[in-house]
Design a protein around this ligand. Structure first.
Ligand SMILES: Nc1ncnc2c1ncn2[C@@H]1O[C@H](COP(=O)(O)OP(=O)(O)OP(=O)(O)O)[C@@H](O)[C@H]1O
Ligand SMILES: [Mg+2]
Length: 278
């Protein structure tokens, strides 16, 4: 795995942290993430000077998106993450991807990561689909030769309408965007694949094809994290699931059980009694 170290090192390991056990792909320890949001209408120099002259503090609100969350993800597991809007699922994925730093706690990742966190994020709208594939490959640490050998395969999988692969991606429909981003993410042969609402891209035919590709990746014993509001995706593909609620990990277990608990919560609108004080 050492050759993969060049890809992405998202470990925020303190100096005397214990080494992560070999069998783990991701270890999350007491992770908290807060966003600082300015409540000022506009962050201008004039406003800052006025505030300073009036000796006012900048009004900042802190949003606790993740609260003391701990989780071990073994290599080869396919983990589904469910939870209401604003539960912190995307924040957690961004942190595992190394895009966001923990406010407290730490995340250690062992392996090469490929992400599909929001459709087409990372694409340059002015470049063609083909050039964006090359960019995606470079960002994932592939060599020029590896990328060249993959470009046709990715373009073929995305199966865009005639000639679109050589047009700027800003001319794509959102479905076409989604098809290309999915194809890029799954073709980078990652050790760890992070998918945030990524399987909803494309039309019914592409959905079937992407499911097939996902099943294949799952069978190849890669570690996959899937955030989805399509709960059937979680029960179909995942071997474990977690339910996040207001930044905390509420429960972890078999996908059917977790989805069942979550559905009951959605219908009833209140937490199961043993979680009531969370
Ligand atoms: N860039 C940001 N700046 C400030 N607050 C943010 C930011 N991104 C998310 N949040 C806040 O963090 C919390 C968690 O948001 P997050 O996007 O992680 O939720 P989610 O579970 O992915 O929700 P959804 O199901 O709607 O995608 C929410 O309260 C949200 O308002
Ligand atoms: Mg989200």
């Amino acid at each position: 795995m050492s050759s993969d170290k060049k890809f992405l090192d998202v470990s925020h390991v303190s100096k005397n942290a214990a080494p992560m056990p070999e069998e783990l792909a991701i270890r999350i320890e007491e992770l908290s993430i807060s966003y600082k949001v300015s409540l000022e209408a506009k962050r201008t120099l004039k406003n800052a000077v006025m505030r300073a002259s009036l000796r006012q503090e900048a009004r900042v609100r802190s949003i606790d998106a993740i609260k003391k969350l701990s989780l071990d993800v073994p290599h080869g597991s396919v983990l589904g993450i469910v939870g209401s809007n604003g539960a912190g699922k995307s924040t957690l994925m961004r942190c595992i991807a190394g895009i966001l730093s923990p406010t407290e706690g730490r995340v250690t990742v062992n392996g090469k990561i490929s992400t599909l966190l929001a459709l087409g994020v990372g694409f340059n709208p002015a470049l063609s689909g083909r050039d964006n594939i090359i960019l995606g490959g470079l960002a994932s640490g592939l060599t020029k030769e590896e990328i060249e050998s993959k470009t046709d395969e990715i373009a073929e999988f995305a199966a865009l309408p005639d000639g679109f692969i050589d047009l700027p991606v800003r001319t794509y429909s959102s479905g076409m965007y989604g098809r290309l981003s999915f194809s890029v993410a799954v073709s980078m042969t990652p050790d760890i694949l992070l998918l945030d609402e990524a399987l909803s891209a494309g039309d019914a035919a592409f959905k079937e094809k992407s499911f097939e590709r996902m099943r294949q990746l799952c069978a190849e014993a890669r570690t996959i994290l899937i955030v989805s509001h399509a709960l059937a995706t979680v029960t179909d593909l995942c071997d474990t699931a977690i339910w996040m609620h207001k930044g905390s990990l509420l429960s972890k277990g078999k996908p059917e059980e977790i989805v069942d608990q979550y559905l009951k919560f959605l219908n009833v609108g209140s937490l199961p009694s043993n979680y009531e004080d969370m």
